[in-house]
Design a protein around this ligand. Structure first.
Ligand code: PEP
Ligand code: MN
Length: 374
């Protein structure tokens, strides 16, 4: 794939980094103008973002102001000089954005997850000279992400970037979406010249965590940040927990250490650093998964207590040992290593369940009024 180097299509990128900021959703003309102005005072980005068609996970929530928002954004562009980025989720949206002079279109995570939507958007992009940012799909499927980039690439002009916004977790985790940093790192390895922009707002879902994720993206030498900013986040019609105030955005930018902009460092990260980043990300997930496992183990302790079942059931343990070792062997893991690891898991599980059962027993005997927390 022949992705054009970003500095050839974005003058501002010669500074080495793209700052994208703005509200999750355009809510009114006043709202976008006042955010644009507050950003100019606080720390102006190169690109102003706002969603006007909002693909929502659940029905009945605010789904955007629609086409009329394009006029408001055209005013922001004229009065403040930002480039404007808007999410397009259909061929019609692409046409409307193009006609309204929107500078950049982004394809959202939900659309990227559906190749039919991506095809529709790609066909509307034929013959149009407009940069496109492609978010990662909801699920951690790098081929689906690359497929979307290829589809858009075949229609667009090579002015492409990818946005890493994290992946839906099956259960609630610290972050709203799991970063799985190894996936954008692998994307970069597979597609030369593809600029990577991090969206810490959708990864964290929490304004207090935006800084740490932004810094991590910088440590991985990503080329830009897309941050949701609102003058009154608590009253925002969408994503009210994750938007920063313009002042918080200014502070974020002050604190951020941009270590190695890619334009300065054609070798990008050295291999060891890149591999370490992948290991860090996987270890983080292993720890999160262990936490999930032990939470379920405690619930089992509770269940066993209520049903008068003993903590240890030998057949179950032998079954775990056998199936996990077979699975591990099939992907090249050593038997002795697996057995040791599984024994540690098992011992910890027994310890936790015994603790839960003892507490339950004491409660039942009226010796403690503190319920077990899980
Ligand atoms: C957004 O950027 O506001 C948005 C809806 O993002 P995503 O597609 O990543 O959920
Ligand atoms: Mn949002």
């Amino acid at each position: 794939m022949d992705i054009l180097p970003v500095e050839t299509w974005f003058e501002e990128f010669q500074k080495g980094f793209l700052h994208i900021a703005g509200p999750c959703s355009a809510e009114s003309e006043m709202q976008v103008l006042s955010i644009a102005e507050a950003l100019r005072e606080a720390s102006p980005p190169e690109i102003f973002r706002a969603g006007i068609w909002k693909p929502r996970t659940r029905p009945g929530t605010f789904n955007g102001v629609g086409e009329k928002g394009l006029k408001w954004l055209a005013r922001v562009k004229k009065e403040f000089g930002y480039r404007i980025a808007v999410e397009a989720a259909s061929a019609k949206h692409v046409e409307q954005c193009f006609d309204a002079g929107i500078d950049i279109i982004w394809v959202g995570a939900r659309s990227v997850s559906n190749p039919f939507s991506v095809d529709e958007i790609a066909s509307a992009l034929h013959g149009k000279d407009i940069p496109v940012f492609v978010k990662n799909p909801l699920n951690p499927d790098i081929d689906l992400w690359i497929g979307a980039i290829e589809r858009i690439h075949s229609a667009a002009t090579g002015k492409l970037a990818a946005i890493h916004r994290g992946f839906s977790p099956f259960e609630r985790t610290l972050y709203r979406n799991m970063p799985k940093w190894e996936i954008p790192i692998e994307l970069r390895r597979r597609i030369n010249n593809l600029p990577l922009i991090c969206d810490p707002s959708h990864i964290t879902g929490d304004s207090s965590l935006v800084y740490e994720v932004s810094q991590k993206a910088m440590d991985l030498s990503m080329e830009g940040l897309m941050v949701e900013v609102h003058t009154n986040p608590g009253k925002a019609l969408s994503d009210c927990n994750q938007q920063l105030t313009p002042e918080q955005y200014r502070d974020l930018r002050k604190r951020l250490i941009i270590r190695k902009p890619k334009f300065d460092d054609p070798g990008f990260l050295n291999d060891l650093e890149e591999l370490r980043n992948q290991v860090d990300s996987i270890d983080h997930q292993v720890v999160e998964l262990l936490g999930d496992r032990m939470k379920i183990i405690k619930r089992m302790g509770d269940y066993k207590f209520r049903n008068n079942v003993s903590v240890l059931q030998m057949e179950r343990w032998l079954e775990i040992l056998k199936t996990r070792t077979e699975h591990g062997n099939s992907i090249g893991l050593d038997t002795a290593f697996l057995e040791q690891l599984l024994k540690h898991f098992h011992q910890e599980s027994i310890r936790l369940q015994t603790e839960v059962m003892q507490k339950r027993k004491k409660e039942a005997n009226g010796l403690s009024d503190k319920p077990v927390t899980e």
